[in-house]
Design a protein around this ligand. Structure first.
Ligand code: ADP
Length: 316
C-alpha cells in the first residue's frame, strides 16, 4: 500500500449562518486547513493509498471530535500527536451584506505549532516508511522558529531514506514575521523538495512574479524533479524531466467559493501520481476536482455530493 504523510494544521471552523450579525448568533462548526483539505480529497479519490496527517491536537473534546472526523474521512491517525497543554486553532468566517467574506483566526498558540517538539523516534521511523511527505507554506509558517533546524534535518533524513518530498508554497503573509523570513525558509524548502506545486498568485506576493515563465525561471536553479505551476483558470504548466507541458483549464461559470481550489487540486494530483498515473491525466483529474469544489461552498464538499463526481469519472 502506498503511503503519504501530510504535515500541517487542521483548525476548528466557525461560519456565520445566513443573515445579519446579531448576538446571540447561530454558527455552523466544521474543520478545515490546507493540508487537511488536500488529504481528504486525496483519500476520497484513492482509497487504496494510506493517508496520514502529521499534526498535533490537545486532550480536549474538540480535538477528539476532530480526530473522529479525520477517521470518518478514512485518514489514519497514527501521526496525530497529543499535546497535554495546547488545544486546536480556530477561525471564523463572516459574510457581510454584499456577500464578501472575512476571516478571523485564533491560532497563534495552537497544538499544531508544537508538533515537532512532540515527535519521537517511533514516529520518525514511521515517517521514513512513507512514499511521500507533503508540506505547505502554511505548515512552514506555523513551525516555532526554535524547531526549524529540527524540521529541515528531518526532511533531509526522510529524503535520504527515499521519501519523496513535496511542497506547496501556499503563502499567508500574516503568519510570517517578515518577507525576508519567508524567502529564507522557502529557499530551504525548494532545496529539499522533489515536487513543488506553486500558485502564480503566491509567488507574485512573495517575489513579484507575474506569470508561469517567471515562476519557472525562478525555480530552475533548484533540483526540482516535478514543478506544477497553477494559476486559477489560466491553465497549469508542468516541468518534468526537462520537458514542459501546458494544460488548459476550462473556466468554471458557476463559481461559488474558491476556498480549497489549490488544496483539492493538490490532493487529487498527488494521489494520481502516487497511483502511477501520468502527468496529463493527473492534472486533468486535479483540475476536475478543483473545478467541482469551487462550485460548492466551503473547503470540504459533503461526501454524498462528492460521490457524484466520483461516479461521473468512473462512468467515463
Ligand atoms: P490556489 O487556491 O492555491 O490559489 P489556484 O487559484 O491557482 O490555486 O487554483 C488551483 C486550481 O483550481 C487551478 O489550477 C484550477 O485547476 C482550479 N481553478 C481555480 N479557479 C478556477 C476557475 N475559475 N475555473 C476553473 N478552475 C479553476
Amino acid at each position: 500500500m502506498k503511503k503519504v504523510v501530510l504535515f500541517g494544521e487542521c483548525m476548528v471552523e466557525l461560519k456565520q449562518n445566513q443573515g445579519a450579525y446579531q448576538v446571540p448568533m447561530a454558527m455552523s462548526q466544521g474543520f478545515a486547513g490546507d493540508v487537511f483539505n488536500a488529504a481528504v480529497y486525496l483519500k476520497r479519490w484513492f482509497a487504496d493509498i494510506q493517508v496520514q496527517l502529521l499534526t498535533a491536537l490537545g486532550t480536549d473534546e474538540m480535538s477528539q471530535h476532530m480526530k473522529d472526523y479525520f477517521e470518518s474521512e478514512g485518514l489514519n491517525n497514527d501521526l496525530v500527536l497529543t499535546s497535554e497543554t495546547k488545544i486546536p486553532g480556530l477561525y471564523s468566517i463572516q459574510t457581510d451584506s454584499s456577500g464578501e467574506r472575512s476571516f478571523t483566526y485564533w491560532r497563534s498558540d495552537s497544538a499544531a505549532r508544537y508538533t515537532l517538539s512532540l515527535l519521537e523516534e517511533t514516529a520518525i521511523s514511521q515517517l521514513k516508511q512513507a512514499d511521500m511527505f507533503f508540506f505547505s507554506g502554511i505548515s512552514l509558517a506555523i513551525i516555532q522558529p526554535e524547531h526549524r533546524d529540527q524540521f529541515w534535518q528531518l526532511l533531509w533524513q526522510l529524503k535520504d531514506a527515499g521519501v519523496e518530498i513535496v511542497f506547496d508554497p501556499n503563502y499567508r503573509g500574516r503568519l510570517w514575521s517578515s518577507i525576508e523570513d519567508t524567502k529564507s525558509q522557502y529557499d530551504l524548502a525548494l532545496q529539499v523538495s522533489d515536487k513543488v506545486l506553486p500558485g502564480v498568485e503566491d509567488f507574485e506576493a512573495i517575489y513579484g512574479h507575474k506569470n508561469f515563465e517567471q515562476v519557472k525561471a525562478f525555480c530552475q536553479p533548484y533540483n526540482i524533479k516535478e514543478l506544477v505551476i497553477k494559476d486559477g483558470p489560466n491553465g497549469v504548466l508542468v516541468v518534468h524531466q526537462e520537458q514542459e507541458m501546458f494544460v488548459d483549464i476550462a473556466p468554471v461559470e458557476n463559481l461559488v467559493d474558491t476556498t480549497s481550489a489549490g488544496d483539492s487540486f493538490n490532493g487529487a494530483y498527488l494521489g494520481a501520481r502516487l497511483f502511477g498515473q501520468g502527468i496529463e491525466s493527473s492534472v486533468l483529474l486535479a483540475a476536475k476536482t478543483a473545478g467541482f469544489v469551487i462550485q460548492h461552498p466551503g473547503a470540504i464538499v459533503p461526501k454524498e455530493t462528492f460521490y457524484n463526481l466520483l461516479l461521473e469519472q468512473h462512468i467515463q
